[in-house]
Design a protein. Structure first.
Length: 357
């Protein structure tokens, strides 16, 4: 019997969602700083059979934590102690910004979903970079053979106009690429005005080209570059992004971000309306995210690494994404509902299935 769902109902379900997140994340970091996380990692570490190769790197597990949970790199080591094969930090912007006004994070418990309009709240690239460098060095010392990897997700500062977006992304690339195992250009959040317009291939081409060149230059090595797209793109636009990624020689695509749609939800319509604008994540995205993955698989013919995220809750969900063409799979929203042993449970079931297969 799993205890966490009951704990969540009693301790967190009634609490403001952002406050609950901060308390939970603080608890995870406290376990690390006290040394308990290191002891825990003996039981949560991914089995060696799950090691996965992607864009020239070896991941301890194909399952990782999506961007959005650790926005500023405060808990990378602590989160890897829970069994995540990689942690994607961010979204980080070139300039520090407070994000949108609170409340800005809402749970739809009946749908196992979350609506957020956080607005890329973060300390800015210059402040986050030293944390990434420190975490990477610590992980290298502790895992000399195969360590958990650090992805860095970058976005546009809110006050920067679209015509100046490229230079704003370059500020982040210069600061963060040296400590990143891979870099993600986020052009798909619905919470920064105009950002999704950058998914247009004519605008996306110069952005990705410039970021890739700047990242490699700053790091003195090739930093794998991916782009993260929205589930709300039309099939034709998905095909266009896939062709562009192949043409530019990108290392991969992450599909998908949150959706602005609200169809098919079980929660009371008045409650949904009261949440207001923002991106919807969690179980309702499962079907569309899988559709986008399969379309990308066909469009790229296996030439790109595909990272699937959106509605991933169970070990079977992860396996379904791997079977559909993903090399790596990420989750986030279910972490809030499933608790700290979620990643370890998924890894254990994946390893068992591989042994049985």
């Amino acid at each position: 019997m799993r205890v966490y769902p009951t704990f969540f109902r009693l301790a967190f379900s009634w609490m403001d969602a952002e406050r609950a997140h901060k308390i939970g994340f603080k608890g995870i970091r406290l376990a690390h700083s006290s040394g308990a996380g290191r002891l825990l990692a003996r039981f949560t570490a991914p089995p060696a059979s799950l090691q996965t190769s992607a864009f020239g790197l070896t991941f301890p597990s194909p399952f990782g934590l999506a961007a959005g949970f650790d926005k500023e790199g405060h808990g990378i080591e602590a989160l890897t102690e829970l069994g995540f094969g990689h942690v994607e930090v961010g979204t980080i912007t070139g300039r520090a910004q407070p994000g949108n006004e609170q409340p800005r994070l809402f749970r739809l418990i009946e749908d196992r979903a979350v609506i957020n309009r956080m607005g890329f709240n973060n300390d800015g690239a210059a402040a986050v970079a030293p944390r990434l460098k420190s975490a990477r060095a610590a992980l290298q010392r502790r895992h000399p053979k195969v360590r958990p990897l650090i992805g860095v997700n970058i976005g546009k500062s809110k006050i920067v106009e679209l015509e100046d977006a490229v230079e704003d992304y370059l500020i982040s690339a210069r600061s963060l690429a040296p400590a990143a195992d891979y870099l993600v250009v986020n052009v798909s959040s619905p919470n920064t005005p105009g950002l999704r317009l950058l998914q247009n291939v004519e605008t996306l081409r110069p952005l990705l080209t410039a970021v890739g060149e700047e990242a490699d230059k700053a790091a003195g090595r090739h930093v794998p570059l991916l782009v993260k797209i929205a589930p709300d793109l039309s099939d034709e636009d998905i095909d266009d992004v896939a062709r562009l990624a192949l043409d530019l020689g990108l290392d991969g695509i992450i599909a998908t971000n949150t959706t602005i749609g609200r169809t098919g939800l079980k929660s009371d319509s008045q409650k949904i309306e009261a949440c207001g604008a923002g991106g919807l994540s969690g179980a309702p995205l499962k079907s569309r995210s899988l559709e986008v993955l399969r379309r990308l698989k066909d469009a790229t013919a296996g030439q790109l690494t595909l990272v699937s995220v959106g509605g991933v809750e169970t070990p079977q969900d992860v396996q379904d994404r791997l079977d559909a063409g993903a090399t790596l799979v990420q989750g986030y929203t279910a972490f809030l509902y499933e608790g700290p042993f979620w990643a370890a449970r998924i890894n254990r079931r994946l390893a068992k299935a591989r042994r049985a297969g």
